[in-house]
Design a protein around this ligand. Structure first.
Ligand code: SF4
Length: 604
């Protein structure tokens, strides 16, 4: 594997690598990239999706640099590194842009010795922080350790970390630091490196296409319009055209939202013709397109003034009228790479169909590695991200003994929408299979459903401890649920495929021995999903393969991947859907007619 990374770097190319947990891909990628960077005056940016993954990279770095001195450091947003923000519940809700404004305001006040300064920044300014830098270069702390150390000493860790980035050969950052243009520009400046000298490593890369789409998408909800009303009653409601105030304009939008919903939504959502919303606004208010643009501009400017007032009174600089103005501006300028959606809520959604609009910048790096345990089909990932056709594609088999894991599938059930809605017995059959497995084994079992909706339909009464993932659980609630489940030896956990548990939690040893996967996690055939499929059909001629089949395979493999996290783990997956047969090429499947017996044989 190391040779593969080395040869990619030698050619200045891009590599997509599928390889499971325990294969050593993180350490190999890091070793190879750091070695190349040191010898060729390059820098490495390693992007991760979660803070836990970031920590793991820092731990690997400590091992690699035991016998050689290379400085690498993690960076996170102010939410995790600024003591002023961390101890203020209102600020914790802020976006990175809002928090950056608070920080700039506090620093300005500190320098001009006005009130509302920042005592941590002040200490940074008047003290020698070089000792902290030396400690960091020596110890290689995680972002959390760095924050704790600095807070205890009364310093601002965020500012010190920023100043250390220029000395780092490796920076470990959240995805957003590289994908958002203004954050990337800032990061490269702080690292003192050109993008053409960056070796980029992307961890858990299977998340990247959808992450990039959501980063480029925008929405306007009826809830946001409610918040605007409150804001205008507090800060004043200016007239925007003769006899129409801002609140009147927002009322019109609200009415348009409900009218559009009636006309276009079937099921969850509907596609709106390109100029529908703007035409409706112009016709209701009898205004021209330049006047509409002017109104939007006024909303943004008025929002800016509200933000200034808020920040001056110690509040989060957030303005809802600014958000609506910003949304409408983006909406008006959207091109064919976006689809305009109205949902049943109702909510307007400007959905970005092409992740390449955000990730295309990766091609500018000197080299990039894209790694995950589940990237099949690799061509789909390459095309979605916008990598060149000569990108290297590799898939490594699992490093663990084959006999430690078995995947069964049951042929007499499916969650195919047509069948499940016509045949009420199908739900009963699914319940029966889950009950039979649950009753036959004194083991921890996780049942992954394709959606929360289907989870609610399945009734499995049990004497075992039953844990259930809920739709809007906070990260803390999820972690408590998992820890409690893991402490059991004979419990059942209901979860969903493609969720935080199936994609990000490790269940080592006996904390999980059987994974039941109910149905295939095909995306729901919403208007948005159909638009995406259509876009990929036009662009690559592979709409269904890339937007329906590929995500379903990945979600299934992610669920199965929870079972084996090291060479001593042993576990079985049972897929309750006959359609999985079509995915034979992507996984080693065993059809079973008596699932309980076959599982017993496996565990025996
Ligand atoms: Fe927070 Fe540091 Fe900015 Fe002060 S200077 S507000 S501690 S990030």
């Amino acid at each position: 594997m190391l040779n593969l990374f080395n040869s990619t770097l030698k050619q200045g190319g891009h590599l997509i690598l599928e390889s499971g947990t325990g294969s050593g891909k993180t350490v190999c990628a890091l070793e190879s990239a750091l070695d190349f960077a040191v010898k060729n005056r390059k820098k490495v940016i390693y992007v991760t999706r979660t803070n836990a993954q970031q920590k793991q990279v820092v731990y690997e770095l400590r091992q690699i640099t035991k016998n050689r001195k290379i400085f690498g450091c993690p960076i996170q947003g102010r939410k995790n590194l600024c003591p002023l923000i961390m101890h203020n519940p209102e600020f914790l809700n802020g976006t990175s842009d809002e928090l950056s404004k608070i920080c700039a305001y506090r620093k300005r006040n500190t320098l001009s010795q006005s009130k509302d300064g920042c005592k941590y920044f002040e200490k940074n300014c008047v003290s020698d922080t070089s000792k902290i830098g030396e400690w960091a270069k020596d110890y290689l702390p995680t972002a959390e350790e760095f924050f704790e150390y600095c807070e205890k000493e009364g310093f601002c860790g965020y500012e010190i970390l920023k100043s250390l980035l220029k000395d780092a050969v490796l920076v470990v950052a959240p995805y957003i630091y590289f994908l958002k243009p203004f954050l990337r520009k800032h990061l490269l400046e702080m690292m003192n490196v050109e993008i053409t000298d960056v070796l980029l490593i992307i961890d858990e890369a299977h998340n990247l296409p959808e992450y990039a789409r959501s980063l480029n998408s925008a929405e306007l909800s009826s809830n946001l319009l409610e918040l605007v009303k409150k804001e205008l009653s507090e800060f004043g409601d200016p007239e925007i055209i003769k006899n129409v105030n801002m609140s009147g304009f927002c009322d019109e939008i609200r009415q348009i939202l409900f009218k559009t919903k009636k006309e276009y939504v079937t099921g969850d959502d509907g596609i709106i013709p390109s100029f529908e919303i703007e035409s409706e606004i112009m016709s209701r208010l009898k205004i021209s397109s330049p006047v509409l643009n002017k109104i939007i501009q006024n909303m943004i400017e008025y929002g800016e003034s509200i933000k200034r007032k808020k920040i001056n009174s110690g509040k989060l600089p957030r303005s809802y009228i600014h958000s609506i103005g910003g949304f409408l501006l983006t909406w008006l300028n959207a091109d064919e790479h976006y689809v305009k959606i109205i949902t049943s809520e109702p909510r307007l959604e400007l959905y970005s169909l092409d992740p390449g609009l955000v990730t295309g910048v990766v091609k500018e790096c000197f080299s990039s590695f894209h790694m995950s345990g589940t990237l099949t089909p690799l061509e789909e990932y390459r095309d979605s991200i916008g990598l060149p056709s000569n990108t290297k594609l590799f898939s490594f088999p699992s490093p663990f003994p084959k006999e430690n894991r078995k995947i069964f599938f049951v042929n007499d059930v499916t969650t195919k929408y047509d069948e499940i809605s016509k045949d009420s017995a199908m739900i009963k059959k699914l319940e029966m299979h889950i009950k039979n497995i649950r009753d036959a084994f004194q083991k921890n079992i996780v049942v992954f459903f394709p959606s929360f909706e289907l989870m609610k339909k399945i009734e499995v009464h049990t004497n075992k401890s039953l844990y259930v993932e809920k739709q809007k659980m906070s990260q803390k609630e999820i972690m408590n649920l998992i820890e409690s489940f893991k402490s059991q030896k004979n419990a059942v956990l209901f979860s969903v495929a493609g969720g935080r548990i199936s994609e990000g939690i490790d269940f080592p040893g006996k904390t999980l021995e059987i994974a039941i996967i109910v149905g295939l996690a095909y995306p729901k055939p919403t208007a948005k999903q159909k638009a995406l499929q259509n876009y990929y059909d036009i662009k690559f001629g592979k709409g269904w393969e890339y937007t329906v089949r590929a995500p379903a395979i990945r979600k299934t493999l992610q669920c199965i991947g929870r079972l084996i996290r090291n060479e001593n783990d042993r576990g079985a997956a049972v897929i309750l859907d006959r359609r999985i047969k079509h995915f034979r090429k992507s996984m080693d499947l065993n059809e079973t007619e008596n699932v309980v017996e076959d599982l017993k044989k496996f565990f025996h």
